[in-house]
Design a protein around this ligand. Structure first.
Ligand code: WQD
Length: 346
């Protein structure tokens, strides 16, 4: 490494699905990811798997991001920080409806703790993990960053909206702070090495984990929720983005932050492919990409689902010099390769 300054990047929730892939992208771009995770929703061997991919171990601290003392003990060990990427949050929409306080305490509490620490430490650049759920059911497609934010459909979605507002308010009174809100569309797939991927606990809520578990014979059949949407084949449309494309967007956003002079408000970027695909298209593309049939039936719509949403991702292309490069087929193939490394639940 010579005397090149180590650029530490704090990655909260760094053992999770998007966090772990972002650690790989950070290391490959020459940054030093420092993982903080309470392992409530991630497996303890993920940091070792990240090390296998990048060829070197990374610092890992098992701390809950709502624990201010625990977080201070970590930050005290490092001279300087290149930035922080804040993933740590619960993210299951359905669970958030059943357990709102758990979501508000964890998702908002961890952000408040982090922002307080950013005041007290040389930690000035924040990348915040937000979500396209802030748009609700858009009137116009594709959605741009100027599309209206709609009332959240779930406590989970509301924690993202409130998180964006808290960061915006704090940015206004923190001259040294630089922040960016990344509104993810639908992250899918896995690292092509097959060493890290999505690890849904129990029955998957999301489409692609359910598809690959059905293909693997863990589930009898996929139910497609709704066939009467106002779309070409009647099934709902989303913008599915390969998790490695999403991970690389975080590195570009961090670089962008270091180019910003003073900021009045956070940067806001849609991180999607700019293309929508229906549920049926996802199933068909998976079958074409893997040669494996996915037994499925059509059921009624899932409450809270929107019909169609996909990104206008041109702002990220222009400002961050980033765009998604991997196809839906590649993402589904990588998801399937990862699924085949997993053991069925006991
Ligand atoms: C996609 C489509 C379902 C399962 C959610 C969160 C979002 C983000 C991504 C965290 C929908 C259909 C699904 C199934 C199906 N999460 N589906 N059968 O709801 O767009 O977004 O996950 O950041 O914030 O809101 O993703 O994968 O759950 O659903 O037909 O068994 O697949 O109805 O149309 P969603 P999803």
């Amino acid at each position: 490494m010579g005397n090149r300054k180590v650029k530490n990047v704090l990655v909260t929730g760094g053992a999770g699905f998007i966090g772990s892939h972002t650690c790989v992208a950070l290391a490959e771009a020459g940054y030093q990811p420092v993982v903080v995770d309470n392992f409530a929703n991630s497996q303890s061997d993920v940091p070792d798997r990240i090390a296998q991919i990048i060829g070197t171990a990374i610092p890992v601290h098992q701390v809950d991001c709502t624990d201010e003392t625990g977080m201070r003990n970590i930050l005290d060990r490092y001279e300087d920080w290149h930035g922080v990427i804040h993933f740590a949050a619960y993210k299951a929409v359905g669970e958030s409806v059943a357990h709102p306080l758990k979501y508000y305490r964890n998702n908002i509490g961890s952000l408040l703790t982090l922002l307080q620490l950013m005041n007290d430490y040389p930690l000035h650049h924040l990348v915040f993990s937000s979500s396209c759920t802030v748009y609700g059911e858009p009137d116009h497609l594709p959605v741009t960053e100027k599309s209206p934010v709609r009332p959240a459909e779930s406590p989970y979605g509301y924690t993202k909206q409130v998180g964006e507002q808290i960061i915006t308010d704090q940015q206004q009174v923190s001259p040294a702070m630089r922040s960016v809100l990344l509104r993810y569309f639908n992250p899918i797939g896995a690292h092509p090495s097959g060493k890290i991927g999505e690890l849904p606990l129990g029955k998957p809520e999301n489409l692609v984990p359910y598809v690959v578990q059905t293909a693997a014979g863990w589930r009898d059949q996929l139910t497609i929720f709704g066939r009467d949407y106002p779309t070409e084949d009647g099934t709902a449309i989303r913008d599915y983005i390969h998790v490695m494309d999403l991970a690389e967007a975080h590195v570009k956003a961090l670089d962008w932050l270091h180019q910003q002079e003073a900021q009045e408000t956070p940067g806001i970027f849609n991180i999607g492919t700019g293309r929508g695909h229906s549920v049926k298209e996802v199933v068909d593309t998976f079958e074409d990409a893997t040669g494996i049939k996915v037994p499925h039936q059509f059921g009624s719509r899932r409450p809270g689902d929107v019909s169609s949403i996909y990104a206008d991702a041109t702002l990220a292309q222009r400002e961050l010099n980033w765009s998604a490069s991997r196809t839906l087929g590649e993402a589904l193939h990588d998801a399937w390769m990862w699924q085949q490394t997993l053991k069925p639940p006991a």
